[in-house]
Ligand binder design. Structure first.
Ligand code: KG4
Ligand code: ZN
Length: 331
């Protein structure tokens, strides 16, 4: 079995996965949403302190499995430096105490493998990754052959939901909150411009849309922003944010035949996005793959799933070489 640790942002999570059957024998996550909600976003130092409390608590719950471990895996990039450090420190300690090898896992690869928890992987697959830190289209051919086809020039899809929620004082994380308000709103009420709609390039941008929403909120606040206005803003924003993705994906689907397509990352839990992509994929005869909702946001199950593949490839790292990286240019 492999024990995997995730602490790249505001979720403390540990999983234990069987190497031969891929069975997820243990998985637990403690989220810090409530603690960060007050600040309208993740406060790195607070997150690090909460990981220090949560990770040992979770480890205690799975201590009976420790004797069966063949390796210990940990997310080492990308993420917040002070929070990644906590997971890496724990992984190193376990590696020394049990004398087992270490595996360093790329968090973004983890999101891709969230599609394959307790399942065999499917390659090649084209993946839209929409999280708090990233918006990318990745062509995934194998564990070690993944190319970024497109990315955002500024904010990410999930981050734009967080910022809209913050502008409206609705709390953190913004994605599920904005989605909830959208259900009661009229998405035709505000005509926010679809980003980069005139550009032939396949790339994303969310800062302009965020500012358009900000101006509208400020305008409405001068009178009186009521519950219906908030719902209409959320619905109009969400529709525009998703339309931007749809426009760019249509371009991609016209350029190349894609048999298998997937959405992963925290924001892939958005049901409106899922439904719209379902419709788009059916037009282009593409099979849409989705992670289970419980594996969309950050978790250690997906890290353990990648680690199993790395274990089979003997992709280990020494104690001295295991370091954190806050950013990653490629896979
Ligand atoms: O993958 P994730 O858990 O963490 C990162 O690696 O960033 O993604 C978190 C992001 C947050 O920005 C959150 O607001 C967004 O995913 N998110 C959503 C939804 N649920 C979470 N965005 C839109 N709609 C949702 N339902
Ligand atoms: Zn993530």
């Amino acid at each position: 079995m492999i024990l995997a640790i995730e602490s790249s942002c505001d979720d403390s999570s540990i999983s234990i996965t069987k190497i031969d059957t891929l069975e997820l024998v243990f998985h637990k996550k403690i989220s810090q949403e409530l603690e960060h909600s007050f600040y309208g976003g993740v406060v790195p130092e607070l997150a690090a302190r909460l990981h220090i409390e949560a990770l040992p608590k979770i480890l205690e719950e799975c201590k009976d499995y420790l004797k069966n471990l063949k390796a210990v895996a940990v997310t080492n990039a990308p993420g917040l430096s002070v929070t990644l450090t906590e997971g890496v420190a724990m992984a190193k300690a376990i590696s020394i105490a049990l004398n087992i090898p270490l595996i360093a896992v790329n968090h973004l690869k983890g999101h891709i493998y969230s599609l394959f928890i307790e399942k065999e992987a499917i390659f090649p697959i084209t993946v839209l990754l929409v999280s708090g830190g990233h918006t990318q289209i990745i062509e995934a051919n194998s564990l070690t052959n993944m190319n970024i086809l497109a990315k955002t020039l500024d904010d990410s899809f999930g981050e734009s939901f967080d910022k809209v929620s913050k502008m409206l004082n609705l709390g953190y994380p913004g994605g599920p909150i904005v989605e909830k308000y959208s259900k009661k709103g009229d998405y035709n009420r505000f005509d926010f411009p679809i980003p980069l709609s005139q550009s032939p390039r396949i790339e994303f941008s969310y800062s302009g849309l965020k500012n358009a929403v900000r101006l509208k909120v400020e305008e409405l606040e001068r009178t009186n922003l009521d519950e219906q206005d908030i719902s209409d803003i959320c619905a109009s924003f969400q529709k525009t944010a998703v339309d931007h993705i749809l426009q760019k994906l249509k371009k991609l689907f016209k350029q190349k035949t894609i048999k298998d397509f997937a959405i992963v990352g925290g924001a892939s839990a958005n049901l409106y996005l899922r439904q719209e992509l379902e419709n788009l994929c059916s037009i282009y005869n593409t099979t849409l793959h989705l992670s289970e909702l419980k594996y969309c946001s950050d978790n250690a199950a997906m890290i353990g799933r990648v680690a199993v593949e790395q274990y089979k490839e003997n992709d280990f790292i020494s104690l001295e070489d295991l370091d954190i990286k806050t950013r990653l240019k490629d896979y």
